[in-house]
Ligand binder design. Structure first.
Ligand SMILES: Nc1ncnc2c1ncn2[C@@H]1O[C@H](COP(=O)(O)OP(=O)(O)OP(=O)(O)O)[C@@H](O)[C@H]1O
Length: 360
């Protein structure tokens, strides 16, 4: 299957961040967001002072979280809850902040944390307003020590659904003309809405992969340590398969409940830990012990294999996102139904094993 590779000039530097709570931060001087042309999604223009008031003066109790290039605040506008993103107070405004605005002001989808509006009247302090995600980041849901929100990932049905929703979001980006490469797929950039639907956010590093574009040619590799494609070492190695690799890491994280890199374990890198087990046929060992492996053997084998294919070192051998979406769609049908999960009865197949007689 073909994939898109951006043939571009050589890179200057690799920009990465070291944890899942921060992403690669290429900082540059940038101007405030410009008004979007009329053909773009309708965005609301706010006054800075109105957004400031809506966040209670950027009050700490409205702080949703901090990333490498700014802070995110909860705000009420009219009767609607929204999230207001404010770049860090450095002298230079992050390039990623503007990039996110540029990408999201042209594309809108239920698969993304969409842009709703912006304020640009205070030139040194631009703000963007995005949809509020009630259930926070997938990173927090998977790795939080507390039981808070664990229900979102308490069954294989729910986990496969989240993986499929993100795969569809990435596929949608790759199917644009020219394709958009997100470059920072990770659990911290997956946010869960009120109904626990997973949406892809943080388009700060996303890039329109137009081969003739000077921006592509001069953009050094970036991403987050642990999710970064080892094959993406120079600007000309950027391709849609870069995102496929990061998605594979995210899928291993969803499957195992382990962080992409966790120094408490040896090996600390999730690929070095999971792939040898899969190759030795010990696939059951990679599944999150908090819920145990999927009971259905074909789901157990297939899910791990999808992740293993995505993180192949050779990018030519990685699947395209369309293929991944197809596989995960098949798995959502095989995985035990939500109804069985919610009743807490377990999988009907297990009842065959346990009780010794068929249930259907
Ligand atoms: N739309 C939103 N709704 C609710 N919470 C959000 C929203 N956007 C971000 N957050 C919260 O704010 C935190 C910081 O988000 P932000 O996108 O700035 O950084 P990050 O993705 O965690 O890290 P980095 O930007 O360094 O990669 C997130 O982890 C999440 O908990």
């Amino acid at each position: 299957m073909g994939y898109l590779s951006c043939k571009a000039g050589s890179a200057v530097a690799i920009v990465v961040s070291s944890s899942a709570s921060t992403s690669g931060s290429t900082v540059s001087k940038a101007s405030p967001p410009e008004s979007p042309p009329e053909d773009r999604p309708k965005l609301r223009r706010f006054l800075h002072r109105d957004l400031e008031a809506a966040t209670g003066g950027f009050a700490i109790n409205n702080l949703l979280g901090r990333g490498s290039h700014g802070s995110v605040y909860k705000a009420v506008i009219g009767s609607r809850l929204v999230a207001v993103k404010r770049p860090s107070k450095s002298r230079e405004i992050s390039r990623e902040f503007h990039n996110e605005f540029e990408i999201l002001s042209r594309i809108r989808s239920p698969s993304f944390v969409n842009l709703l509006g912006f304020s640009a009247d205070n030139a040194r302090n631009p703000l963007i307003v995005v949809e509020f995600m009630w259930n926070g980041s997938l990173y927090d849901v998977i790795h939080s020590e507390s039981a808070f929100n664990f229900g979102a990932i308490s069954s294989w049905g729910k986990r496969v659904k989240i993986a499929l929703q993100i795969a569809k979001a990435v596929q949608l980006l790759h199917s644009q003309e020219p394709p958009i490469i997100h470059r920072d797929i990770k659990s911290a950039n997956v946010l869960l809405d009120k109904n626990l639907n997973a949406k892809l956010g943080d388009f700060g590093l996303a890039i329109r992969c137009n081969a003739d574009d000077q921006k592509v040619k001069s953009t050094p590799p970036a991403g987050t340590m642990g999710y970064l494609d080892p094959d993406y070492v120079t600007a000309d190695r950027l391709s849609t398969k870069t995102d496929v690799f990061s998605f594979g890491i995210l899928l291993l994280e969803i499957i195992s409940g382990r962080k992409a890199i966790d120094v408490r374990y040896s090996p600390s890198f999730i690929v070095d830990w999971a792939i040898p087990m899969i190759k030795r046929g010990k696939i059951g060992g990679i599944y999150d012990p908090r819920i145990g492996p999927p009971v259905d053997v074909s789901v157990r084998n297939h899910l791990g294999l999808v992740a293993a294919k995505c993180v192949r070192t050779c990018r030519e051998r990685r699947p395209g996102m369309e293929e991944v979406v197809g596989w995960l769609t098949g798995l959502t049908k095989s995985v035990r139904s939500r109804r069985w999960d919610e009743l807490g009865i377990g999988n009907p197949c297990m009842m065959v094993e346990t009780v010794g007689r068929p249930v259907e």
